[in-house]
Design a protein around this ligand. Structure first.
Ligand SMILES: NC(=O)c1ccc[n+]([C@@H]2O[C@H](COP(=O)([O-])OP(=O)(O)OC[C@H]3O[C@@H](n4cnc5c(N)ncnc54)[C@H](OP(=O)(O)O)[C@@H]3O)[C@@H](O)[C@H]2O)c1
Length: 260
C-alpha cells in the first residue's frame, strides 16, 4: 500500500462511502480508496468506532467522514446519505462491506439447529442492508452522471460448506441481487461483487482455532490468508475507468480457492 495520499490519484474528485468501513475488509478498502485521492465516508453502527476511524483516516491525510449508521434501517441510511451530500457534495462510489455472520446459529451450526429468525436476520444484514444502501445512492449517483457500487460477497456463495448453509445462501442472494440491479441500472451505474475467500481480519481470526486454520489454508492454493488490501485491490479496479465495461460480475479474490 502506498504510504501517502495521492491527491491527484485515480480517485481524486470522487466521493466514496464504505459501509462496515470501521473494521476488517471495509477498513482496508476505505484506506486504499482514500490513498488514491477519494473523499471517504465510513459507516458502521458504533459511534466510537466511526469517530476513531475518521480520526485515523484524517491522520493519514485522507478527507474522511465517519457516520454512525445501521444499514438495515432506511432512516439511518438516509441520514448517512444526507450527511455525505452535505459534506462532500455528492456520491460516486458505494462499497457495501457491512455484513458477515453474527451468531453461531446463523453460520456455524448444523442446518437443523438453524433458527428461522437467524436466517431472516442474516438476510436483513447481508442482502436487505446492501439493497437499502444501494437504492439510496442511486439518485445521488445519477445526479453526478453515474457511479459504481461494489458489494462484498463471499466464496461461501459457491461452496456448500457444512454449517455455512445460511451464510452462503445470503451471499448467493447478494450475487443475484447485484446482477439484477446491474442490468436495470446500466449504463449509468455499474454494480459488481468481490467475493473474498479466507481473509485475515481481527474478528474472523478470533473465531479460528488451529484445526480451522489448517483446513482453510489447505483449501487455499496460494497458501496464505488474504488481506483486506488484496480485496481492496479488486475494488479499486472495479471502481476505476479500467472497468468501465464491467457490470454484473463477481470477481473471486480467494487465493485460488474454489477453482477445482
Ligand atoms: N473476513 C473474511 O474472511 C471474509 C470472507 C469472505 C467475505 N467476507 C465478507 O466481507 C465483509 C466484511 O467482513 P469482515 O470480516 O471485514 O467483517 P468484520 O471485521 O466483522 O467487520 C464488519 C463491519 O461491518 C459493520 N457492521 C456490522 N453490522 C452492521 C450494520 N447493521 N450496519 C452498519 N455496519 C455494520 C461493523 O461495525 P459495527 O459493529 O460498528 O456496526 C464492522 O465495521 C462481510 O460482508 C463479510 O461477509 C469476509
Amino acid at each position: 500500500m502506498p504510504d501517502s495520499v495521492d491527491k491527484e490519484g485515480m480517485l481524486a474528485g470522487k466521493v466514496a462511502i464504505v459501509t462496515g468501513g470501521t473494521e476488517g475488509i471495509g477498513r482496508g478498502i476505505a484506506e486504499v480508496l482514500g490513498r488514491a485521492g477519494a473523499q471517504v465516508a465510513v459507516a458502521s453502527r458504533r459511534e466510537d468506532a466511526v469517530a476513531a476511524t475518521e480520526r485515523e483516516l484524517v491522520d493519514l491525510g485522507i478527507d474522511a467522514l465517519g457516520m454512525a449508521t445501521d444499514v438495515r434501517d432506511v432512516p439511518s441510511v438516509a441520514g448517512l446519505i444526507g450527511a455525505v451530500r452535505d459534506r462532500f457534495g455528492g456520491i460516486d462510489i458505494l462499497v457495501n462491506s457491512a455484513g458477515g455472520s453474527f451468531n453461531d446459529s446463523f453460520d456455524r451450526g448444523p442446518i437443523l439447529q438453524l433458527r428461522s429468525e437467524d436466517l431472516i436476520e442474516g438476510y436483513r444484514l447481508n442482502v436487505v442492508g446492501t439493497f437499502i444502501c444501494t437504492k439510496a445512492v442511486v439518485p445521488e449517483m445519477l445526479a453526478r452522471g453515474g457511479g459504481s457500487v461494489v458489494n462484498i460477497g463471499s466464496m461461501a456463495a459457491y461452496s456448500a460448506a457444512r454449517g455455512m448453509a445460511s451464510y452462503g445462501a445470503t451471499k448467493a442472494a447478494l450475487n443475484s441481487l447485484t446482477r439484477s440491479m446491474a442490468r436495470e441500472l446500466a449504463p449509468d451505474i455499474r454494480l459488481n461483487v468481490v467475493a473474498p475467500g479466507h481473509i485475515d481480519t481481527p474478528r474472523t481470526n478470533s473465531r479460528r482455532d488451529a484445526a480451522k486454520r489448517a483446513r482453510q489454508l489447505a483449501e487455499t492454493p496460494m497458501g496464505r490468508y488474504g488481506t483486506p488490501e488484496d480485496v481492496a485491490a479488486a475494488v479499486m479496479y472495479l471502481v476505476s475507468p479500467a472497468a468501465s465495461w464491467v457490470t454484473g460480475e463477481v470477481i473471486r479474490i480467494a487465493g485460488g480457492m474454489g477453482g477445482e
